[in-house]
Design a binder for this molecule. Sequence first.
Ligand code: F7E
Length: 341
Amino acid sequence: MKLKRKSALITGITGQDGSYLAEFLVAKGYKVYGLVRRTSTDPLARLESLYFSHKVTFINGNMRDSAALQRAVEIAKPDEIYNLAAQSDVGISFTCPEETMEVNYHGLGRLLYEAMKVNPKVRIYQASTSEMFGRSKPPQSEKTDFHPVSPYGEAKLRAHLDYVVGYREKHGLYICSGILFNHESPRRGKHFVTRKITHSLAKIKLGLQDKFELGNLEAKRDWGFAGDYIEAMWMMLQKPMPEDFVVATGESHTVRDFVEEAAGALNIKISWHGKGLRELAKDEGGKVILSINKSFFRPEEVVYLLGNSSKARKVLGWKPKVKFKELVKLMIEHDLKNLAH
Ligand code: F7E
């Protein structure tokens, strides 16, 4: 007897995580559908081969549009939904708080309402985030209190409490939060700090750019590889009962460490000069390659994130494969190769 192929709907399929997850689920034999928002940028940038080989099906729509969400779940008839669509830029959430709440909080509410009508047994993954911990002391685990400091963190926390915990407890919905710490890759958008650093330094190395600017160098983040983290998303939905999991490496580094590691991978010897907003980094020849610009600071900053993912390791059997140094190296190598063409 032939088993029915599972169907998955990924919102946010065109993003970094969405594209890795689509590849992963296609390889597992899933029928994969992606909700795609109309923008003027190329939605195929990360998904060209899957799309043209008809391995994923795009459905137009976005998280603000209930009718479009209804159509998406009716077409995909999903066994699993991965809600990765979001206004995911923490810095921008301070200038666009309403949009952030609309998409990251109300969007999930709309999706759940439509999904439950089509299949009350659907399993849903919600992309929650370490930003919900905000100023809670590290290391942060599933037991740590939430103290978000950004509109992004607040919207994600409300979605977690009202729709993940709330619908699980009140309506018996199968829904899990993956509380993911920062996860990066060569597919990361260039407005996030890691890719901004690797891309800018690679350009400087190739003589295509003189210098670049950053904000707070002292923020500490637990950076893992996105390709490892999407596997944890899938693992969560395979458990008999829905639960929430922290996904992290358990290693934290400052933005400054990231700059040094990336420069080292390019054989650029940097030295730091000055303090605060006047701090600079110079190369061996004394040329300024990095300066500080206060516009990249946030009104409120999450100072120190360090995840304790022992529950995911124990219950899911998940562990990160790519370590910090390797992550930086693979991002640098990708940027060098792409820019050299
Ligand atoms: O900033 C500092 C900045 O924008 C990291 C999202 O995926 O992970 C991400 O959020 C740190 C912050 O990521 C610049 O102040 C310094 O402390 O790369 P980011 P994020 O805000 O941590 C979480 C888990 C998510 O859920 C989010 O969706 O770097 N920083 N200078 C800078 N950040 C940026 N973007 N640009 C700078 O020039």
